[in-house]
Design a protein around this ligand. Structure first.
Ligand SMILES: *Cc1c(COP(=O)(O)O)cnc(C)c1O
Length: 432
């Protein structure tokens, strides 16, 4: 296919002929908003450029990794250097230790860390480790929290599963979720109840401390503290899935922001700077259950890949270097963006709420604030779809689903934020 006949319809039908639904991850297919997805050709800073050569202000940010915008020079240079030394060895490298040291330094609860290739793999492995370390089976999770496409965790999961309206996935045998209990996020009574009834069987409570996969839903004050207390009292582990919130809401993730120490943490997205890197880690006495030290097996041919480690190191070093002002800057920019969008909608009297934690936010078409999955699902998704497409027409790419977060980066400067707000004003008029 030459450049000139690369219309989105043609590119997408070509993709659909050889890829299920035309994509390699469901939410990219625009099913929730309708229409044909944009094909990316390149991206730099706050902008992504389509195959047809149109530049969009981008709030998808590869779904989270691009904290400093796309293709930051320090990541590109680190990758170029690493590339010349070899793309994979299947042997230990100093790069793995260096990145691990930085993770341990930044994330309060982590003493030992194991690198893997995706957030899905990190969560599946953390759950196996929790079960192996406690000798218990039951996992408690929250409705609307997404922990990757893991069999045992695809019970009322958020993200793409929410977008597609699948309560569960076909192909997950009942046995795989038989030891998974689901509670509503932010519901203290429900959490107390399950620990009262089943506490002695619970291996772990896994939770996104700041859920981003049903749209952004902040924890109610006291909820995470209660989770910490109940798990500790029951001899169960608390797993914070910080694949999205890690290095995003604070250098040390949500656990730093809220001052809560989980037993295990999963990381992804930013930790690989756009390469397929993820990790799970925690206290030494728990992590020691992993092979080759312990009896819980987990392995990966490309785990700790040198290119991934190089990109991750470049990202985390930059975070460390800019740490004193980085998160204040992101907070300030994201706040003015969220306010501007909200004012644009208020001006047209459109029922909505913008929920935000640092540089993560969601515009919900809901008359009331959203505190859990049941409330998120009541949003006006048709209105969202129309808003999304009008923003796109005005050159702003939002995530193509009501149940996702917008990601703000340091590359989203004040001018870009003003342009986004201007687009939001037009979009608000269009849907009023
Ligand atoms: C993205 C995400 C995952 C899954 O990570 P993948 O790299 O897509 O497998 C897991 N948990 C959370 C909280 C996420 O946001």
């Amino acid at each position: 296919m030459s450049q000139s006949d690369a219309s989105p319809e043609r590119m997408f039908s070509r993709a659909c002929a050889v890829l299920p639904g035309g994509v390699n991850s469901p939410v990219r297919a625009y099913r929730a908003v309708g229409g044909v997805p944009i094909f990316a050709k390149s991206a730099t800073g706050a902008f992504v450029t389509s195959e047809e050569g149109r530049a969009y202000i981008d709030y998808v940010a590869s779904w989270g990794p691009m904290l400093f915008g796309h293709t930051p020079p320090f990541v590109v240079e680190a990758l170029e250097r690493a590339l010349r030394d070899g793309t994979s060895f299947g042997m230990p490298t100093n790069g793995e230790s260096e990145l691990a040291e930085l993770v341990v330094q930044l994330v309060p609860s982590i003493e030992l860390v194991r690198f893997v290739n995706s957030g899905t793999e990190a969560c599946a492995s953390a759950v196996r480790l929790a079960r192996g370390a406690t000798g218990r089976r039951l996992i408690v999770k929250c409705a609307g929290c997404y922990h990757g496409a893991v069999d045992s965790l695809l019970a009322r999961a958020g993200s793409g599963v929410a977008t597609l309206g699948m309560p569960d996935s076909a192909g997950v045998p009942p046995g795989a979720v038989a030891d998974t209990a689901v509670v509503e996020f932010n519901d203290e009574n429900e959490l107390r109840d399950i620990f009262e009834k089943k506490g002695a069987e619970i291996a772990a409570f896994i939770v996104e401390p700041v859920p981003g996969n049903m749209g952004l839903v902040p924890p109610r004050p006291g909820y995470l503290e209660l989770a910490r207390k109940l798990t500790r009292d029951a001899g169960a582990l608390l797993i914070f899935d910080e694949v999205m919130s890690g290095f995003r809401v604070a250098a040390g993730g949500a656990q730093e922001l809220f001052g809560i120490t989980p037993d295990l943490t999963t990381l992804g997205k930013i930790i690989g700077g756009g390469l397929p890197v993820a990790a799970y880690g925690g206290q030494r006495d728990i992590m020691r259950h992993l092979a080759p030290e312990g009896a819980v097996y987990q392995a990966g041919t490309l785990s700790g890949n040198p290119l991934g480690m190089a990109a991750g190191l470049a990202m985390l070093r930059e975070i460390e270097r800019r740490r004193p002002t980085l998160y204040d800057l992101l907070e300030k920019r994201s706040d003015s963006l969220a306010r501007g969008i909200s004012e644009a909608l208020h001006a047209q009297q459109i029922a909505h709420v913008v929920q935000r934690c640092g540089s993560l936010f969601t515009l919900f078409f809901s008359p009331i604030s959203v505190s859990n999955f049941a409330e998120a699902q009541k949003c006006d998704t048709a209105k969202f779809a129309k808003f999304f497409h009008t923003m796109l027409d005005h050159g702003v790419q939002l995530p193509p689903s009501q149940f996702e977060c917008c990601f703000v980066s340091t590359a989203h400067d004040e001018d870009i934020i003003l342009s986004t707000i201007t687009a939001a004003k037009s979009a608000a008029e269009a849907i009023a």
